[in-house]
Design a protein around this ligand. Structure first.
Ligand code: MIF
Length: 826
């Protein structure tokens, strides 16, 4: 570091963490940051004041962390993702900074509670579901493991929409989360960058005959970075999450309002700024809109400029060390254009020859695939690329030509293979296959659970695996135990720590020590009591926010996740209808409350019908006096991170029932099991590994395996055969089709039953009987409270593997080759 920079930095006087110091910070912020006094400040302003007080402490460590990384010239990992589903930050920061006691006490002395103020914070909903939440768990783990890591993403002005249910149907309401100040972010206008779009490529030969290319364009937007501190758990590391916001270049004075049409100029500014306006609300399906491709390039261009600038500050033009200092992980193919962008920088700006540039690029990128769903595989029309990113298209063509030559050398004459593996898909409309670009341009390709990674090798990317098997590896997902146990389930955390100490929060494998308490009557009793407290807490919340009454003396049977046909919420509803018919037949059933929650992509009609059907069934079941105390069904509105933190600790049963071979991993499955819910699930995604850990006596597995699914489909699946031979199934389907749940419109749910009977692509009918029988085993098991408690405790004890610390440790050791860097505050 140069002397000059060092003298500018204050000699970081780290703020104290005492009760008195927090009280002082809080009142200072109420006065000086918010211009209020104790009487006039609103609850939200009080939240802001405590958030600013916590942020001050983070900033001391943040500056120190960044300075240390710079001084030690460490290898850094950049995690590029279009989604970071952070949720709330206050509680997590307080926990990680180890100031829970001081903050709670300080607030109490001022007549406030941390719990209430935490509820004032709006979720940062910058993601759809599992993929975005995984990125957020990874940030927590990277900081906890003291890895020099930076998250890079987009600062959407509107995050995931808020879901309202009206007349049983989903309505989407914009999530204007930045309407209130976001206390965690710091804008860095000094680090703003120019992002080019459109234009054309200029080519010329120099005197030596070498061909040069340059992308010429007058269309720029500005990428303005906002930084959010990401603290590790009980260490001094505070990493950075850098989110880019789009601003008009005119606004930044780079061009001027030159035609005199002031109003039109301001209008143009707004158009540039739409780039970071809104998160696309599709989870596992691709949206082919130009704006989405712009968002992707916007993130990639800004991030790469930033990464290269930082590298050059220390290393000048010593590009040979770039892959020793920088590794970039692509969270799915969304940021895959980075590969072409780094090539462009090296070739056109740094004057590299192709081979030398390609060598650097292919030592820099790792690619994570998150799904096998065909509709999620990104393909962009060549025509769109040509228009928006002409130079990148040229580069992709060249990458492809060279790549296909290596394929041809390996399999001479295999023309079909060439067309299968081409990055450019031929057809009526030529397309760029982003997954293939990602594989070819990366040194590592990983799936997110063992089964998923196998399927990548044998199915989706089989040709690529045959060519470069060494690239392929698995990194089973995990979740951060800080947010998903320690913070969301304080009662269980306390019980665990009282018995085995607190080390598990950092070393989740230490939960193994709980095994010896699994059969202990006292421990079981305490465990079941706290589960009941959690159920009570959820009941109170649902009563207050959604006017839902819950009966605590029932199994809480929960399925919360995005609504998708492959996740089979509909199978769950079929089961509820089956139970309803049992009750109507006068049979006794084990009392149950079924809770289903999740958002449907706004354009996904069938998913919305599933929500509608759930609500229709709920209204029949919940108002039938015969069901009282025995069966209830509720659709939970507006599922999101902060809501998940209340729901998951209260669950008895976790529904993980996707068709085998469709859910890449799942991460909700891990959160539930870690919170003492038992799983009913298929042999899909990470369920397989969870079963392996928990043991088959502690897990409710049903349904067809991947091989059986494949066999059935190959033979020609006929759902109607299952309908015809199973009387219970027939009654359920017929009841829906008869209009029983939609008396005002008898044919309302016909499209749903028709699809089940005609194609049923996710094999609900094939798995129905096995699911019903498995649910009967669940119900029976629940009647023996001691045995249930034992199973639940064993699940908690054996889920240590599913910490995102383990996952990140593996990424770091096996892909990134990054080393922990201790931060000292001295
Ligand atoms: C997968 O569907 C999910 O199974 C996985 C996905 O757990 C998660 C994180 O790896 O990624 N677009 C996606 S892919 N949304 C998800 O949740």
């Amino acid at each position: 570091m140069s002397k000059k920079t060092k003298t500018i930095l204050p000699n970081s006087d780290v703020l104290a963490n005492s009760i008195e110091a927090f009280k002082k910070s809080f009142t200072d912020h109420i006065h000086h940051s918010l211009a209020r006094d104790g009487r006039t400040a609103t609850e939200h302003e009080k939240f802001l004041a405590i958030a600013y007080s916590v942020r001050d402490r983070l900033i001391d460590r943040w500056i120190k962390t960044q300075e240390t990384y710079y001084d030690k010239d460490v290898k850094r990992v950049y995690y590029l993702s279009l989604e970071f589903l952070i949720g709330r930050t206050l509680g997590n920061s307080v926990l990680n900074l180890d100031v829970e006691g001081a903050v709670t006490e300080a607030l109490e002395e001022m007549g406030l509670t941390l719990e209430e103020l935490r509820e004032e914070e709006v979720d940062a909903g910058l993601g759809n579901g599992g993929l975005g939440r995984l990125a957020a768990c990874f940030l927590d783990s990277m900081a906890t493991l003291e890895l020099p890591a930076t998250g890079m993403g987009i600062r959407y002005e509107y995050g995931m929409f808020n879901q309202k249910i009206k007349d049983g149907q989903q309505e989407e309401h914009p999530d204007n989360w930045l309407r209130l100040p976001n206390p965690w972010e710091i804008a860095r206008p000094a680090n703003a960058l120019r992002i080019p779009f459109y234009g054309y490529v200029v080519s010329w030969q120099d005197e030596t005959g070498k061909l040069h290319n340059r992308w010429d364009t007058k269309d720029y937007v500005i990428a303005l970075p906002y930084d959010t501190p990401i603290p590790g758990y009980h260490n001094n590391t505070v990493n950075n999450l850098r989110l880019w916001s789009a601003r008009s270049a005119d606004d930044f004075g780079l061009a001027y309002f030159n035609n005199g049409d002031y109003i039109a100029a301001v209008h143009d500014m707004e158009i540039s700024e739409t780039i970071s306006k809104v998160l696309y609300p599709n989870d596992t399906s691709m949206n082919g809109k130009e704006l989405r491709l712009k968002q992707q390039y916007f993130l990639c261009s800004a991030s790469l400029q930033d990464i290269v600038n930082r590298f050059k500050k220390t290393h000048g033009n010593h590009w040979n060390v770039f892959p020793e200092k920088v590794v970039i992980q692509l969270n799915d193919t969304h940021p895959a254009i980075s590969i072409a962008e780094l090539m462009r920088i090296l070739l056109d700006q740094e004057d590299f020859e192709w081979d030398a540039a390609w060598d650097i690029v292919t030592k820099t990128f790792g690619y994570t695939n998150h799904t096998l769903m065909p509709e999620a595989l990104e393909k962009w029309p060549v025509s769109l690329f040509e228009h928006l990113l002409p130079r990148h298209l040229q580069i992709i063509y060249e990458i492809n030509a060279r790549f296909l030559r290596t394929v041809a050398m390996r399999w001479p004459g295999d023309v079909e293979r060439l067309s299968r593996m081409s990055i450019i898909e031929e057809g009526s409309e030529k397309m760029v296959r982003m997954a293939y670009l990602s594989i070819v341009g990366s040194f590592s390709v990983n799936g997110v659970a063992a089964l998923h990674s196998e399927l990548l090798k044998t199915e989706l990317f089989r040709d690529f695996f045959e060519l470069t098997p060494e690239k392929f590896n698995n990194k089973t997902n995990g979740v951060t135990p800080r947010r998903w146990v320690r913070k969301s389930n304080p009662l269980m955390s306390e019980l665990i720590s009282k018995n085995i100490g607190e080390s598990w929060v950092r070393n989740l494998d230490d939960l193994k020590k709980l095994e010896k308490f699994a059969a202990d009557k006292n421990f079981q009793k305490e465990f079941m009591e706290l589960k009941r407290e959690n159920k009570k807490r959820l009941a109170k919340y649902l009563q207050e926010t959604q006017s839902i009454e819950l009966n605590l003396d029932t199994i809480f049977d929960v399925q919360v996740k995005r609504i998708h046909e492959y996740k089979r919420q509909l199978l769950n509803v079929l089961h509820v209808i089956h139970l309803y018919l049992q009750i109507k037949d006068g049979k006794e059933i084990e009392p149950r409350t079924v809770l289903i929650g999740g958002k449907a992509a706004p354009g996904y009609w069938m998913a919305k019908q599933i929500i509608r059907l759930t609500n229709a069934v709920a209204s029949v079941v919940n108002s039938d006096p015969d069901c009282r105390g025995k069966l209830a069904l509720h659709f939970l509105e507006n599922y999101r991170v902060s809501f998940a933190e209340k729901i998951i600790p209260a669950a008895d049963l976790s529904e993980q029932i996707s068709t085998a071979g469709t859910e890449a991993s799942g991460t909700g499955n891990m959160k539930f099991a870690l919170n003492g819910a038992l799983t009913i699930g298929t042999l899909d995604g990470a369920n397989v590994e969870m079963l392996e850990e928990a043991g088959k006596d502690n897990f409710f597995i049903f349904g067809l395996s991947v091989e059986q699914v494949q066999d059935l489909l190959a033979k020609g699946y006929r759902p109607r055969d299952f309908y015809e031979k199973d009387g219970d199934l027939r009654r359920v389907i017929d009841l829906i089709a008869s209009g029983f749940f939609s008396p005002d419109r008898a044919d309302l749910f016909k499209p749903v039953t028709d699809k089940l009977l005609s194609s049923d692509p996710f094999l609900l009918l094939a798995d129905f009987r096995s699911y019903i029988e498995c649910q009967e085993r669940v119900a029976k098991a629940y009647t023996n409270k001691a045995a249930w408690a034992k199973m639940a405790i064993l699940n908690v004890a054996r889920m240590g593997k599913f910490s995102s610390d383990r996952t990140i440790h593996q990424y770091s050791e096996e892909i990134w080759n990054t080393k922990p860097c201790k931060i000292s505050l001295k």
